[in-house]
Design a protein around this ligand. Structure first.
Ligand code: ADP
Length: 488
């Protein structure tokens, strides 16, 4: 049953819950209604009987030691009550009936009523039903003169009417409750259908869109409610998936292209060499060319591997305390020959020491890529500067870093061609190269900055660029203090 409910869909479950809740409320309401009516009806009967009993008591006299009911206008006070269907008995202490009127003559007054009267108390009591008749409600008042009880007055009424009224109520409730529940289930199902049909539309629209058609959108004209927001959220997700898939495809195409070029060059060289027998020197020349291309391929594959590793969000496998200043000096020394060859002044301005935690090999890659780019893209006779400071002293370096962040800041500044503003967001993309540097002799594969950013982020840091055309570029790397870094 429960399993069936679980599979029957939200609308049926909602309706069932709704009907169940309504049934509980109706049951509570019916019970309360019955109890209130019951009390009110019995209270009314008791009040009527009490008034009648008081009226009779007012007419009772004691004459010659016997109780009598005085008559007004020649008629005993009890007769009209009897004609109204009330039982009236006036009984003295010896149990003799002084006056009697109305129906139920065979009825004996319950002993507890007589006892109460004997003690001078009034009492409402109910006799057991006589045969098929309904029980009779009796109100008893004592007749007291000078503090002595001389007898009792009992006025009774059949409870038939009260019972009939209550039974009618039960019947009405018994018919109305299932009817209401039936109508409520129909209404509930209708409402649930109305509320959920937009979700079905979203489901159908989503089913149409597969991985092949990620450019499609649900584009459902839904109001700005829960379902509308769901549809728009799905559209947003599709947008991001589409973008991610597109980039993935672009990445694969770019990577294949980059790998194909050196392979084609090697194939060409080897083909030419094998065409006819050659001198050893010629073979050597071809092999040297091939080795160059193999080196290029190896670098590319290593870069791709490193990017793929940092991409999966794996924390740094290797991390150790190190002095960034020593590391930066090594990097500066590596680019120094290239800078000298181009007549570029390399200005290195470093503090005595900067302690951080990180992977030294990867950090060398990061700063080498940046410094290499600066020297590579700056024309002859230009200037390149490498500076570093604690982030707290970033005033010296100007800009970058959020207030309150502790860490280390490294800047690589050049006065080269700069990056056009429209390309600034793109240069960190994989395989992105500005058109001007598309020549294979000058630029690399376009992975340098993507790798640099990946490495900075794997260290919990980031990399920013400021650049103006013909004014040069400033790359700022920010690395967090050792205890602020994400733990592996
Ligand atoms: P590449 O292998 O082409 O150097 P990068 O990812 O290192 O690839 O750089 C991407 C592009 O960003 C480069 O092609 C170049 O156009 C631009 N770029 C990077 N550094 C500089 C710089 N210091 N000055 C001007 N342009 C730069």
């Amino acid at each position: 049953m429960i399993e069936m409910l679980r599979r029957s869909g939200i609308r049926v479950r909602l309706t069932l819950w709704y009907v169940l809740l309504l049934a509980l409320i109706l049951a509570l309401f019916s019970t309360l209604l019955y109890l209130i009516l019951d009390r009110a009806l019995y209270g009314q009967v008791d009040e009527g009987l009490r008034l009648s009993a008081e009226q009779v008591r007012g007419a009772v006299r004691r004459e010659n030691g016997r109780l009598q009911v005085v008559s007004s206008e020649g008629e005993s006070e009890v007769t009209p009550l009897g004609e109204r269907g009330l039982l009236v008995r006036v009984i003295d202490m010896e149990g003799r009936v002084a006056a009697s009127a109305g129906p139920f003559r065979a009825l004996t007054i319950p002993p507890e009523a007589l006892d109460a009267a004997r003690q001078g108390l009034s009492l409402s009591s109910t006799t057991a039903a006589l045969g098929n008749n309904a029980p009779v409600r009796i109100y008893t008042v004592p007749y007291i003169e000078d503090g002595t009880v001389y007898g009792s007055i009992h006025v009774g009424q059949s409870l038939e009417e009260v019972q009939e009224t209550l039974q009618r109520l039960v019947l009405i409730l018994a018919v109305m409750t299932p009817l209401t529940l039936l109508l409520a289930s129909a209404g509930g199902l209708f409402l649930a259908n109305r509320a959920l049909s937009p979700i079905d539309r979203v489901t159908r629209a989503t089913q149409r869109i597969s991985a092949e058609h990620l450019d499609q959108r649900l584009n459902l004209a839904l109001p700005d409610d829960e379902v509308g927001r769901l549809a728009r959220t799905l559209d947003g997700m599709l947008e991001r998936l589409d973008e991610a898939f597109r980039r993935q495809r672009q990445f694969t195409a770019d990577a294949s292209h980059e790998l194909r070029t050196p392979l084609a060059i090697m194939k060409g060289n080897i083909g030419v060499a094998l065409h006819r027998p050659r001198q050893p020197a010629e073979y050597r020349a071809v092999l040297t060319d091939v080795e160059e291309e193999v080196d290029r391929l190896t670098r590319l594959v290593e870069d791709l591997l490193l990017l793929a590793r940092t991409d999966t969000g794996q924390p740094l496998l290797h991390r150790e305390p190190l002095d960034l200043v020593g590391l930066l000096q090594v990097v500066a020394e590596q680019v120094q020959p290239m800078a000298e060859a181009k007549g570029i002044a390399l200005d290195v301005d470093l503090p005595p020491s900067l302690q951080i935690e990180g992977d030294p090999d990867k950090l060398v890659r990061l700063f080498l890529n940046l410094l290499d780019n600066a020297v590579k893209y700056t024309p002859e006779g230009g200037h390149v500067a490498l500076r570093a400071a604690e982030a707290g002293k970033r005033g010296e370096l100007g800009g970058g870093g959020e207030p309150g962040e502790r860490g280390v800041m490294v800047q690589i500044v050049d006065d080269g061609p700069g990056v056009p503003p429209d390309q600034l967001p793109l240069i960190f993309e994989r395989f992105y190269r500005a058109d001007t540097s598309r020549s294979r002799t000058g630029g690399g594969a376009g992975l340098g900055l993507a790798l640099a950013r990946s490495i900075a982020e794997a260290h919990g840091g980031r990399i920013e660029v400021q650049s103006a055309r013909e004014k040069g570029s400033t790359f700022t790397v920010w690395l967090p203090a050792p205890d602020d870094q994400p733990s592996p």
